[in-house]
Ligand binder design. Structure first.
Ligand code: ADP
Ligand code: MG
Length: 379
């Protein structure tokens, strides 16, 4: 077990199981003994190993890193021409994840997102391009999902977490009061000339919660950071069930991402696998992170239309999209919408494909797009 794993909270341990929602692996032989990295890394609980591998007819160094970020297990794999390049790419990716995690953590009072939330109804705030771009992405997916994805659910998330803690459902008045703070069209988020952003939440009490998009967005940003170094051949970043993969043109192997059976919490039973050379794949589900009020199990995803946890029309939603934040936001929106509207959303969103899983008694019912089926290689 990685050393810093001992420090994680109960909430973290429960949510780390979410990592099992999607298991990422590369098919093919892996020869050679693992060689640990010499230098420590900046991100939490990192173990890094390198080994020589032959991929198709190409000799490459494969670097693997396991870490913990955003209350989630992270996994990073890089193929590069040599160990130094693999190591540089891994460092860049991990640094980028750490930077994003620090900026967007609404539970850390010193994060930029917390500063924005604390200033709601007051003066605008200048924030980093990281925070500004993440908010812009969230606003885009709010619009594209017709409001099913709404990053202003912060007060509702707090309300329902409190309810779970107290064991009492919130009053209708409290739900309506929090629902009155969902107007994303009123949010100010403008880029400044130097790449920073000016952000303002217009109403006191408004709170941004980027939890529905942050991991997918961060996975893609981490891959982009790795690519900006000295030409890695292929990169995978998984943050829990949220992943981005990329390979240079002509790279002989695709990445395989497994979708876990959502009924099977602990055991990591693989439901199906998809193959992808480039793009993001994100799984959202209610089986790992959920709230409990009076013995009733409630989703951690809120339906902005009702202000209440989604009613479990879907057990899981896996979305493929070229864009990491897009895949993550769409997966959350699909959980809100239920199978039919979710498929309609994916059909009208360029580049999006997905697999929705609903339950009929104990049996899983699959609802998938043709593009998802085309990537599937089976269990
Ligand atoms: P996970 O974090 O388990 O991977 P999601 O990506 O679906 O799952 O994100 C769920 C998180 O998103 C919640 O914990 C909450 O912070 C936030 N959230 C809940 N409901 C919504 C919603 N309708 N739109 C946007 N974000 C939401
Ligand atoms: Mg999401």
């Amino acid at each position: 077990m990685m050393p810093a794993m001992r420090r994680v909270s109960r909430w973290t341990i429960r949510s780390m199981a979410a990592a099992a929602m999607a298991l990422a692996c590369v098919l093919g032989g892996c020869g050679g003994a693992d060689e640990p990295a010499a230098a420590p890394y900046a991100t939490d609980a990192v173990s890094v190993t390198f080994r020589q591998e032959t991929v198709g007819d190409r000799a490459a160094v494969r670097g693997d890193a396991d870490f913990v970020t955003m209350s989630t297990e992270g996994r990073l794999v890089v193929y590069a021409a040599d160990r130094a390049r693999a190591e540089t790419a891994i460092r860049a990716a991990l640094d980028r994840v750490a930077e994003i995690a620090a900026a967007l953590n609404r539970y850390d009072p010193s994060s930029e997102l917390s500063a924005i939330n604390a200033a709601a109804g007051g003066a605008p705030l200048e924030v980093s391009s990281t925070t500004g771009r993440a908010i812009e992405a969230a606003r885009h997916w709010w619009q594209a999902s017709d409001g099913a994805f709404n990053p202003l659910v912060g007060p509702l998330v707090v309300l329902w977490k409190e309810a779970a803690r107290a064991g009492v459902e919130p009053s209708d008045e409290a739900v309506e009061a929090a629902r009155a703070l969902l107007d994303m069209s009123a949010l100010d988020c403008e880029p400044l000339a130097d790449g920073r952003y000016r952000v303002r939440l217009p109403q006191a009490g408004m709170q941004l919660d980027l939890g529905g998009l942050a991991k997918g967005w961060a996975a893609e940003e981490a891959v982009a950071a790795a690519r900006r170094t000295e030409d890695p051949h292929s990169v995978l970043v998984m943050l829990g069930g949220d992943g981005t993969v990329w390979s240079e043109p002509g790279w002989p192997r695709k990445w395989t991402v497994a979708v876990q059976d959502p009924r099977d919490a602990g055991s990591r039973t693989v439901l199906t696998k998809i193959e992808l050379a480039n793009g993001s794949v994100v799984t959202s589900g209610d089986y790992y992170r959920y709230l409990e009020v009076n013995g009733r199990r409630l989703s951690h995803i809120i339906d902005p239309g009702t202000g209440r946890p989604t009613t479990g029309r879907l057990a899981g939603a896996t979305v493929i999209h070229p864009d990491g934040g897009g895949a993550d936001a769409l997966a959350t929106a699909c959980m809100v919408l239920g199978p039919d509207e979710a498929l309609a959303l994916l059909a009208r969103t360029a580049g999006a494909d997905g697999l929705m899983l609903s339950l009929s008694g104990e049996a899983l019912v699959r609802h998938e797009t043709a593009g998802f089926a085309a990537c599937e290689i089976g269990p």
